[in-house]
Design a protein around this ligand. Sequence first.
Ligand code: TRP
Length: 382
Amino acid sequence: MENVKKVMLTGDRPTGRLHIGHYVGSLRERVRLQNEGDFDEMYIMIADTQALTDNAGTPQKVRDNVIEVALDYLSVGIDPTRVSIFVQSRIPELFEFTCYFSDLVTLSRLERNPTVKAELGMRKFGESIPVGFLTYPISQAADILLFGTTIVPVGEDQAPMIEQAQEIAHKFNITYGEAFVEPKIMLPSSESCRRLPGTDGKAKMSKSLDNAIYLRDDEKTVTKKVMSMFTDPTHLQIDDPGHTEDNPVFMYLEAFATDEHFARFLPEYKNLEALEEHYRRGGLGDVTVKRFLANVLNDVLNPIRARRHELEKDIGKVYQILEEGTAKAREKASFIANIARRKMGILYFEDRKLQEKQQKAYKKLHEQEEALAAYLAKNKKD
Ligand code: TRP
């Protein structure tokens, strides 16, 4: 398959506003890929159906976050003329193929998925695991495969989903004939971007832990959150030597601070290495570092906030962007779906060749029956 198009697809569950962890982990990367222009097609999915797999009782929460996530995408600089932003639930082909794909995957394979396992543990479903939740990796494979996706930029936790999609593509292609591309994962480029801890130093930013800095937090809120951040607990006096590794303040700086930020906000230091060196040596207070981080974050977030503010004035237009993106996405998914249905031989009404083949078989059958009847009739007479 040498001439396949370069197609990028990724997405998010609309269960909450996006935070700076999402920004460094994926959003910033998506904007970079968009601007580099290497892909023939780019899709970003708002995975509302997947969000419902563990929010079935609160569709309003999912609904409200569809627009929040769309606003976040557009405000970080995703350009809807280059990227189709679409809503998962409006592409019926995805659910049709989730069904066919389910026949190619075993229950034990699903139960081995480490990300699903971890999520099941956190969600405390007990014995009452929704079927839709356990099987969402199959649905996610449809999300990826129905667009002919070659590259899926996601975080490490999504690796098992991409593997599942590769397996399903392979299984489908050898069972029915080639219809799907086996997609490849693309992980965030630098270590500091793969995992941004919460402001409290806990492994992940989340709403429930109240340790996240959101893209739409205002300047004051960001500064307040940064000034109360967890740092190195052994760095008690300014003169004490400090630790920069596993120190969230420095991890954030690694993800965000540029030399230009130093020139503008903290010219005593040339770059992050110089600042880190001083912190480790002792004599550098946390407040100085935090003030700098607050400046850096606000500098990065200001243009994002400004764009969001403009977009929030015309919500109807944002929905129109989603509707147009969804129409484009549907066109692609239905094209690939038809190729796959043809390979499966289930295009009952449209597939003339299959109809002709069946017609020939019937014709042959009738001829044999007639020949047999004539033979028997002749025998009887003789
Ligand atoms: N599972 C992804 C997440 O939790 C969201 C998602 C749904 C997705 N469908 C996708 C990501 C397809 C990449 C490709 O963030």
